[in-house]
Write a protein that binds this ligand. Sequence first.
Ligand SMILES: *Cc1c(COP(=O)(O)O)cnc(C)c1O
Length: 381
Amino acid sequence: MSQSAEHDRISLSPPHMSGRELTLVHEAFDSNWIAPAGPHIAAFEREFSRVVNARNAVALASGTAALHLALVALGIGYGDEVWVSTLTFVASVNPIFYVGAQPVFIDSEHSSWNLDPELLAESLEARARKTGKLPKALIVVHLFGQSADMNPILVACDRFGVEVIEDAAEALGADYKERAVGTLGRLGAYSFNGNKIITTGGGGMLVSGDEALINHVRKLAAQARDDAPHYQHSEIGFTYRLSNILAAIGRGQLASLEDRVQARRQNFEHYAQELSGVPGIEFMPEAPWGRHTRWLTCITVDPARFGTDREGVRVALARENIEARPVWKPMHLQPAFSAYETIGGSVAEDLFLRGLCLPSGSTLTYAERQRIIDVIRHAAA
Ligand SMILES: *Cc1c(COP(=O)(O)O)cnc(C)c1O
């Protein structure tokens, strides 16, 4: 390997175009549908629905917008509580504030790194018994490409009348007992941000089995315009539709989803083969209930056994121009959210302190992975 190739930057999760996207974007230009309306949008929604087997889908400007409109459509607002996984990206939580509700942060389980179903069930029961104040909704996150343990979560929420919104932004392509993540709760949100498994350069999708709910979201996303020739509005809307141009990119990307999952799983398999025997390094476990896409391959570093800590490994990689990222800092540790209640939290804190996400793009080559593996192996020295 040449000196310059050795120092080429390796990003955490860069976009990966197939070539099909530009043809579809040209179609958008040729038809002059340069707007948040047009034929690619409906086609993208239809094709996406088919891939995840959802009954209804609406394309939106971002995954955050999808979560925001999910809360609005369910009528969640001032004074309501929404429970949410603490180990996540901030986009799972910000929309709770957009509607004036309050979060309660729920810890993870070690076995999947996702929301702990037992802790959830116990806590709902304790709340019902002690104060009677129950959350209106739960936002359950499918972290780094792996489904949360949805059956017990759905049972607990159903028992206490809590709506379930799935944040599947990181887990398109993952499933739970042969059903796609995002289609198990009342609503499911996905993201096509630049670093996700497929990207439109920025975008999102909201799905539901409830057609009326998705129709309402479609209306809310377009300034909540009533069905009238004049401009009439009976409720407050948003401007959250996806552009026709970006939907064209999304259609091209969606056709490659299965290849992208395979490539990311291959990254994981290579890392695991080379590093799982190294004392002090462990991989995010793969739960038995479905396919983990390995959107990101994440490890934990035990400093006592490995010889340096997570930051030691991250800095060693950064010095070689390789981007790795700590596991999400839990939401209950974020200064912006310090005033809000947390249930548990020690598992998420431990995963944050020891966890590191390795470069995981679907363009990553064998040689690049080998270079990353070598840096990690020598990081302790
Ligand atoms: C990326 C992401 C989102 C939303 O992303 P957008 O950038 O708004 O599309 C939401 N939740 C999680 C967990 C994410 O990783």
